[in-house]
Design a binder for this molecule. Structure first.
Ligand code: TTP
Ligand code: MG
Length: 356
C-alpha cells in the first residue's frame, strides 16, 4: 500500500480538468480572424459529416458535438466548419500533460483534453492549485481550461461543468451533502436518459430524492448498479485516480535514404542519434533509473536484430560496442538504426514519493 492510499478514499483532493471546446479553441487560436465567430470542427456537409465539437459562440445557436454538419448549418447558417487536425490536437495535449506533471504524478487522463489529478499530497489548497494549473496552461498554450475540485472523482467531474468555460468550482467535503441534495440525478455517471426517465416516473429528479431509497429498493430498480447508486447519490465515490503506467523504454531511430554498407558508416550516424536520445531522455524521463541500453538494426532485406545489455551506462562508447555487436551478426546493409534505453520498473510508491 502506498502512502497516498492510507488517506481516506472519501476525502481526497481531486481536480478534474477539462479544456474548453478543445479542438475548436485550438483552431480559433491559430486563426485569430475567427475570434468571436461561431466555429465548429468536423466533417463537411457535402460528405455527410458530423461535428466533433464547436466553440461557445456556436453553442448559443444550439450547435453541439456529434451533431450532423447539415443540421448545425441549419441552426447556425454562419457557422464556420473546419477540418480536424488530429496531429495538432495530440501535440497540444502532450504539452498540457507535461504541465500537469509538474504538479503531481497522479494523473489519470480521460481523453485528449480531460484528466483527473489527485493533489492530496500537495501542500497548497486544491482550489488555489487548480487556478495556478489553469493559468500555467493558458500561459503556455493560450487555451482555457475549466476545473472542478472535490473530495472524489464524482464530485470533481460534476463540479468542472459548473463554471465552464474558463472557470472553476469547488465542492468542499462539508458542502457535499448540500451539493448532492439539489443535484439532478442525470449528473451521476451511469444514469443515462433511460434511467432518468425511469426515476422521473417515480417522482425522483434530484439526488436528494434518490437518497430516500434503500439499498434493496435500488437493486430492484437497477440491478447491481443500484448498490453503487446508493453511494453515488450521497456523493460517495471510492474510485482512486489511476495514473498512466510509466513508459518502459525510450528510443530514437532513423531510417536512411541509402543503406549503410559498412560498420564505419553506421558509426558515423551513431553520434547524432545518441545526442537525440540524450536530449529526449533529459526532457521526458530525467529521473528514471535505466536498466538496459540497446541498439536495433533493420537491414535492407527488412530483417532486424537488437543488441541489448544490462548494466551498461547510456554512453556513446557503450552504444558503439552494441552497434558493433549487432552489425557483426550479419554484416548486411543497414536501413535503420535505433538507440534506446529500458527503465527499471517503478513501484507506484516510488513514483509518488517526491511529492509527499
Ligand atoms: P469535450 O471535453 O467533451 O468537449 P469540448 O472540449 O469540445 O468542450 P467543453 O468545453 O464542453 O469541454 O471533448 C473534447 C474534445 O473531444 C472535443 O474538443 C472534440 C472531441 N470530441 C469528439 O471528437 N466527439 C465528441 O462527440 C465529443 C463530445 C468530443
Ligand atoms: Mg473539453
Amino acid at each position: 500500500m502506498t502512502l497516498c492510499e492510507i488517506r481516506s478514499v472519501d476525502n481526497r483532493a481531486i481536480i478534474h480538468l477539462d479544456m474548453d471546446c478543445f479542438y475548436a479553441a485550438i483552431e480559433v487560436r491559430d486563426r485569430p480572424a475567427l475570434r468571436g465567430k461561431p466555429v465548429a470542427v468536423g466533417g463537411a456537409r457535402e460528405r455527410r459529416g458530423v461535428l466533433t465539437t464547436c466553440n461557445y459562440e456556436a453553442r448559443k445557436f444550439g450547435v453541439h458535438s456529434a451533431m450532423p454538419t447539415f443540421m448545425a448549418l441549419q441552426r447556425c447558417p454562419h457557422l464556420i466548419v473546419l477540418a480536424t487536425r488530429f496531429d495538432v490536437y495530440r501535440r497540444e495535449a502532450a504539452v498540457i500533460r507535461d504541465i500537469l506533471h509538474r504538479f503531481t504524478p497522479l494523473i489519470e487522463p480521460l481523453s485528449l483534453d480531460e484528466a483527473y489529478l489527485d493533489v492530496s499530497a500537495h501542500p497548497g489548497a486544491p482550489a488555489a492549485l487548480a487556478h495556478v494549473i489553469r493559468k500555467a496552461i493558458f500561459q503556455k498554450t493560450k487555451l482555457t481550461a475549466s476545473a472542478g475540485i472535490g473530495p472524489n472523482k464524482l464530485i470533481a467531474k460534476i463540479a468542472s461543468e459548473m463554471n465552464k468555460p474558463n472557470g472553476q468550482f469547488e465542492v468542499t467535503p462539508e458542502q457535499v451533502p448540500g451539493f448532492m441534495h439539489r443535484l439532478p440525478v442525470r449528473k451521476i455517471w451511469g444514469i443515462g436518459e433511460k434511467a432518468e426517465r425511469k426515476l422521473e416516473g417515480l417522482g425522483v429528479k434530484t439526488c436528494g430524492e434518490l437518497q430516500h431509497f434503500t439499498r434493496p429498493e435500488l437493486v430492484d430498480l437497477f440491478g447491481k448498479f443500484g448498490l453503487e447508486l446508493y453511494e453515488l447519490c450521497r456523493g460517495l465515490d471510492h474510485r482512486l485516480v489511476e495514473p498512466d503506467r510509466p513508459r518502459k523504454s525510450l528510443s530514437t531511430e532513423e531510417t536512411f535514404p541509402l543503406d549503410l554498407a559498412t560498420l564505419a558508416q553506421c558509426e558515423e550516424k551513431l553520434e547524432e542519434l545518441f545526442q537525440d536520445l540524450m536530449a529526449d531522455l533529459a526532457q521526458k524521463e530525467s529521473s528514471r533509473r535505466i536498466s538496459k541500453i540497446f541498439v536495433k538494426l533493420k537491414f535492407s532485406d527488412f530483417t532486424r536484430t537488437t543488441a541489448e545489455r544490462a548494466g551498461l551506462a547510456p554512453t556513446l562508447p557503450d552504444f558503439r560496442s552494441l552497434l558493433t555487436e549487432a552489425f557483426s551478426r550479419t554484416e548486411k546493409p543497414v536501413r535503420l538504426i535505433g538507440l534506446g534505453v529500458r527503465f527499471t520498473e517503478m513501484e507506484t510508491a516510488e513514483a509518488q514519493i517526491p511529492l509527499l
